[in-house]
Design a protein around this ligand. Structure first.
Ligand SMILES: [Zn+2]
Ligand SMILES: [Zn+2]
Ligand SMILES: [Zn+2]
Length: 266
């Protein structure tokens, strides 16, 4: 599985909630913190699997994330769900179309793809255009594994308030953002993990997001080797919260790269 890749890692492109941190106009202690780990772009990760690059979600910050982290190619994009903070950067994949000279496959639930097609109507209307548009191929998933970049991605369904979100398990790693509840059948597929990403918006309960305390309970029951919390609001000061977490549980931060597979133990 992951061991077969010469180099494999998860790069955190953004660890923030939908408005980002700092939030525009806010002068709270997190939004004004000098700690770079308190500067959070919208939530996304890039998986480096040997030479392949798989992006999870295209945030409104995607262009800046691609520049900041020197993303050199995109082989596929997986969508967790269709909220604005997870899809609005899609137009900025055009330079990757120019460089790679081919369509980029995007994978989403039928619900997500419907919203993406509606939101980016100009991309999919097949009308002649004088401007460049993203070149994409759409692939709908349900529960069956998605095989790409030499590995299976297993969609893991969870609740996001009244909505649905998908996490992805690949090898012994899983990324699950924007959830309020993980149903039992999905929990069964999140055991034996090395790395688990979970949503942890803040301390106070929220109807569509998991809190730090709720995600700690999830970690205690699923027992991954390492857990990382993401989709973080301006309620959490990195240094303070990180110091109180158990040793193998961490707040993610933008730019964090986690070696996985054969690199994990190095
Ligand atoms: Zn979100
Ligand atoms: Zn603030
Ligand atoms: Zn969401």
């Amino acid at each position: 599985m992951l061991e077969e890749f010469g180099h494999a890692s998860i790069l955190v492109l953004g660890s923030g909630t939908s408005v980002g941190v700092p939030m525009v106009g806010c002068r709270c202690k997190v939004c004004t913190s000098a700690d770079p780990r308190d500067k959070r772009l919208r939530p996304s990760v890039l998986l480096r699997l040997g030479d392949a690059r798989v992006l999870i979600d295209t945030t409104p910050d995607f262009r800046y994330q691609a520049l900041r982290f020197g993303i050199e190619r995109i082989d596929a994009i997986l969508y967790t769900h269709s909220h604005a903070d997870h899809i609005l950067g899609l137009d900025d994949v055009r330079p990757f179309n120019f460089m790679q000279k081919r369509d980029i496959p995007i994978y989403g639930s039928s619900e997500s793809l419907t919203v993406i097609e509606r939101t980016f109507e100009y991309v999919f209307d097949h009308a002649p255009s004088e401007s460049s548009r993203p070149r994409l191929s759409l692939h709908c998933f349900e529960s069956e594994p998605i095989h790409l970049a030499g590995i299976d991605f297993e969609p893991i369904r969870a609740f996001h308030g009244k909505g649905t979100v998908y996490g992805f398990r690949f090898g012994d790693c899983a990324y699950l953002t924007d959830h309020s509840e993980i149903p039992p059948e999905s929990r069964e597929r999140l055991t034996g993990l090395d790395v688990l990403f979970l949503d942890a918006l803040r301390h106070n309960p929220h109807p569509t997001h998991s809190t730090v305390e709720e995600s700690l309970t999830t970690v205690a029951s699923l027992k991954p080797q390492r857990a990382y919390f993401t989709h973080i609001s301006h309620d959490l000061l990195h240094a303070t919260v990180e110091a109180r977490l158990p040793p193998d549980v961490h707040l993610a931060y933008d730019g964090l790269e986690i070696p996985i597979g054969a690199n994990a133990a190095v």
